[in-house]
Design a protein around this ligand. Structure first.
Ligand SMILES: [Zn+2]
Length: 739
């Protein structure tokens, strides 16, 4: 082949690198495919059939409602059918998330069934909640957990594990984890537990992500590593989950000191806490993945009598493409990373004239990250609201194409003439330095900067002796780095459905950098041009396609709100900031209403007869320098009642009369709040302890699920592919009382 043919071939090769990078970003979510069920293992159709019978007509069944009574009755019948006797723990519970000033109360009925072990001993607890939100049937959240517990229970019943396994189907998770709190606080069987597997979900599809463990995680991780068949877990996610406020039952289980593993599915959040969280939408592949993983982990944990002894210290870990599981003690991983950083410095130093290649690598990474981030912010200004919710792949492809475009441009403009060996040394050094910095903040990230960089450094070291071996090793390193990062990017895309889109750019830049610098000088111009066309096309598509689809609907919750003291009323619509459809009946403007801090569409409404909340003062007694006030609450016919205190109220404790929960002096929300959900809220006796005797006014809210008949035109005009999410259509009434 002549000179021209050679450069053509290189150009084609370079364009292929770009196309593969882009295609790789698109395909990364498909890395984990479910295994097929085999005889004697987790039976997915049987598990889903049970769930179908339990959910019946798929009505929402919030805690302490007639619908939840029916669900519980059918759940107990299914337990009986697999030969398990159950009992019900029934109690009033008020609980507050740690460090918050929000107390949730409900009357819970936990269903508890124990599978006897071959020998008695400390118990393994499997937990899921059977209540749903009032907004939807909860087939995923947490019907999936219920279905998995029943199927695992039936398999363990047939082949008893070495020690007892207890199934806890708790009630009242959705509003404040009351079922889990009540079990740990008041059920004697909690004292016999030493380990826990928890299942809860935030979506209807996606892989079984094991995202939380007991701390330090060594013991739990060794058990997981020994059991998992199709791992999907990494220590960046578990570190990240520890940083953000978490609202699963594990919050109240963790202080018990049990060895624990926590699973979730997080795909398609648009169905979460909505009527769309139904059995038809629940992905059987997800049920199978959670089921096989939880069954294997249950067996592993029930085989050792003291799971806490299965390991020690902190472990960093990741699966690789859902096929294999790689884990190391944090200390070993951190030492290796430090050695790699030193080795990379030495290699880069030997290359001499380090400044320019390192500058190019940094400019590519930082320039790419900033450009992709800035363009995504501009796009969001051009089209308000989370416009990507229906087709997130299009917008993420556009973000990645922009990133590759900016990185490719810097490479073509400034770096293309640099000698390859020097550039490789600089790029991998930069990846390692950023990785080390990231690992200082999230130690679990260490694992992502060991394998590929080590292979790449060997490649760089041998490049003088064998350019062929060097190319081979570098290519291998690029592929491994990409596969490992792809999973975190896929997870980020699923988790951050509300944005910011820019959250993926830095990790994607680190995955792309070592590949882009392999593109030779002549081809880089064509690569940049190709990416420019791809980026433009993808942004046009992302900004033009509908923001909702049948599979991924738009949030659209309608409320009627009346302030009974001030005699004012309004309609409101919450849409995640999306505009209302043209001609939607009413005069709408964006406002914040007193019952919730969210900005919503608001329009004037007539004064209607709605359930008025009330609170009767039962007693006021001195307590220290302040006073204890006992109240009897009434939702006035609504489904929930809430009492909200002033921001500056010196409130020390709030909760059930006789056992209030201590509140921190500062915390979320600003105005301390107690909310009760369910039938037992009528006449619920609560207690508030104040540090002073200053008279105060408190606000009361009653919520009845559903709109008054006058809201019918608004319901009828709700767009196609739009459903209530996070809260059902509600009738909310506010009143005030002086204490
Ligand atoms: Zn849940």
């Amino acid at each position: 082949m002549g000179q021209l043919g050679g450069s053509m071939a290189k150009t084609v090769h370079a364009l292929l690198v770009f196309a593969l990078l882009l295609a790789g970003f698109a395909l990364k979510g498909a890395l984990v495919e479910p295994p097929q069920a085999s005889a004697g293992e987790f039976n997915t159709p049987r598990a889903i059939a049970r769930l179908q019978r339990i959910l019946g007509d798929e009505r929402p069944h919030p805690v302490d409602s007639d619908a939840d009574d029916a669900v519980r009755g059918r759940l107990i019948a299914e337990l009986q059918a697999i030969g398990l006797q159950s009992r019900v723990q029934e109690t009033n519970d008020c609980s507050a998330m740690p460090k918050t000033r929000f107390v949730s109360c409900s009357h819970v009925r936990n269903v508890i069934a124990t599978i006897p072990g071959q020998k008695p001993g400390p118990q393994l607890l499997l937990n899921a909640h059977y209540d749903s939100t009032p907004t939807g049937p909860g087939a995923g959240d947490d019907g999936l957990g219920v279905a998995v517990l029943l199927e695992v229970g039936s398999i363990l019943k047939a082949n008893p594990p070495p020690r007892p396994v207890t199934l806890l189907f708790n009630e009242g998770e959705e509003f404040g984890l009351n079922g889990a709190h009540a079990f740990v606080r008041a059920d004697p069987q909690a004292k016999q537990v030493n380990s826990l597997i928890n299942i809860d979900t935030r979506g209807v599809t996606g892989p079984a992500v094991m995202y939380e463990t007991s701390e330090p995680n060594g013991a739990a991780l060794n058990l997981y590593a020994g059991a998992t068949k199709r791992p999907y877990a990494n220590s960046i996610s578990t570190d990240f989950a520890r940083l953000i406020p978490n609202t699963t039952d594990v919050v109240f289980f963790r202080p018990a000191g049990w060895t624990l593993l926590n699973w979730a599915i997080v795909g398609n959040e648009t169905r979460y806490h909505s009527p769309g969280d139904n059995i038809a939408a629940l992905d059987p592949n997800s049920v199978r993945h959670v089921g096989t993983e939880v069954l294997a982990a249950s067996r592993a944990m029930a085989t050792v009598s003291d799971p806490a002894k299965a390991g020690s210290g902190r472990t960093v870990f990741t699966d690789i493409a859902g096929r294999s599981f790689f884990h190391l003690p944090l200390l070993v991983a951190a030492t290796l990373l430090a050695l790699l950083v030193i080795a990379a410095f030495v290699l880069a130093w030997r290359s001499s004239a380090l400044k320019k290649p390192l500058g190019v690598a940094a400019a590519m990474t930082i320039g790419g990250t900033i450009t992709a981030g800035a363009v995504s912010v501009l796009a969001n200004l051009a089209r308000l609201g989370d416009f990507w919710r229906a087709y997130p792949l299009a917008v993420y492809m556009a973000v990645y194409a922009t990133l590759l475009l900016a990185m490719g441009f810097v490479w073509w403009w400034w770096g293309r003439a640099l000698e390859r060996r020097r550039m490789r040394a600089a790029a991998w050094l930069l990846v390692l330095v950023i990785g080390a910095a990231l690992s200082l903040a999230l130690p679990g990230a260490t694992i992502f900067f060991l394998i590929a960089p080590a292979i790449a450094l060997i490649g760089i070291a041998v490049s003088d002796r064998s350019p062929f071996a060097a190319n081979l090793l570098i290519t291998l390193a690029i592929v491994i780095q990409f596969v490992m990062f792809a999973e975190i990017l896929a997870l980020l895309e699923m988790l951050l459905i509300d944005g910011p889109l820019a959250a993926v750019t830095l990790l994607a830049a680190l995955a792309a950098l070592p590949a882009i610098i392999e593109i030779d000088a002549k081809a880089s111009r064509w690569a940049v041009l190709g990416t420019l066309i791809a980026a433009l096309g993808l942004w046009v598509a992302a900004l033009a396609i509908p923001r909702s689809s049948a599979e991924r609907p738009l949030q659209f919750s309608i409320d009627y709100f009346r302030d009974a003291t001030k005699q004012r009323a309004s309609w409101s619509v919450a849409t995640k900031q999306a505009p209302l459809p043209r001609g939607y009946p009413g005069q709408w403007s964006k406002q914040v209403l007193p019952y919730n801090g969210r900005t919503r569409w608001v329009s004037a409404a007539p004064l209607l007869d709605t359930p008025i909340p009330s609170a009767i003062i039962l007693s006021t007694e001195p307590s220290g320098a302040g006073r204890t006030v006992r109240l009897s609450l009434s939702p006035g016919g609504g489904n929930t009642v809430a009492i909200r205190f002033q921001k500056n109220a010196k409130l020390l404790a709030l909760g059930l009369a006789g056992s209030p929960v201590a509140l921190p002096p500062k915390g979320e929300p600003d105005k301390p709040l107690l909310r009760c959900t369910g039938r037992s809220c009528e006449g619920l006796q609560i207690e508030a302890i104040f540090a002073d005797n200053r008279p105060i006014e408190v606000e009361l809210f009653s919520t009845r699920f559903g709109l008054p008949p006058q809201g019918q035109p608004l319901e009828a005009a709700r767009p196609r592919n739009a459903i209530p999410q996070y809260a059902p259509d509600s009738t909310i009434t506010m009143s005030r009382v002086k204490l």
